[in-house]
Design a protein around this ligand. Sequence first.
Ligand code: NAP
Length: 286
Amino acid sequence: MLGSMETRAFGANGAAVPAFGQGTWRMEADDRAGCVAALQRGLDAGLTHVDTAEMYGSGEVEEIVAEAIEGRRDEVFLVSKVLPNHATRSGVERAAEASLRRLRTDRLDCYLLHWPGAHPLEETIAGFEALRAAGKVRSWGVSNFDVGELDRALGIAGPGRIACNQVLYHLEERGIEHRVAPWCRAHGVALVAYSPFGAGAFPAARSAGGQVLARIAAAHEGATPRQVALRFLVRAEGTFAIPKAARAEHAADNARAFALRLDAAEIDEIDRAFPRGKAPRRLPVV
Ligand code: NAP
């Protein structure tokens, strides 16, 4: 199935990864069998980039992911994240081993620092590189990094090492377009949009912006406003989105964004309906 889906290089030297994937935050609070079914339906439809973290449900969500990907590990681009307070050199390695155990696999496709923390980035990166050398992670990246932190990481790791920066990005929060997205593009770092539906606050159908999305969706047989939103978010090369769905019908619906294409006039219309706004002083986070 992966072969039939639209893929993009994930970072400068990266694997080919579908533009749309699946998030898993807070799945511990959802129906477990329903989540497993949703993730599997998503995989069937090509949403093979699966994003999780040791933080989610304190490890419980990684176990849900393990159940969903059992027997089909090779189809999946599997991403997990280390908590900043674990991100010493040895702590990173310990956390990765624990994630691999819960995920019942021998490798991660990408391993991220969940957000910048107090431990020296040199240590975190040394831990990531040791894991990479051992074949336990294929690549590593960061999350919630602004350009200052990205510059520091690049200075430590050198070019071509940081696979991605996973950041908050949705129609009503476009702050990362000012400096973070250009930085990532310039340095061949994949930009992964988290909370692409606003973490449960998707624009209401009756709002002015919601009506624009509905009108554009109606012009594309069977498309939905959410699919239009997903497509808008990945309009630039090197950009990915990871909507979370605990329901199989939602996962299937999100995967239909693969088939949707927006023209330049539609992109402009969305751009005007959900203005980028001024450059934020601080990186927006969820
Ligand atoms: P999101 O993907 O913006 O929104 C998820 C919500 O949208 C859920 O309530 C889901 O419902 C609903 N939904 C999904 N598809 C739908 C559809 N087709 N129709 C109607 N409703 C639909 O929220 P998110 O979980 O915050 O973000 C996505 C992922 O990004 C997370 O799960 C996580 O993996 C990652 N993330 C990373 C960070 C970070 O710091 N790095 C922070 C936040 C999130 P159901 O669940 O009921 O299907």
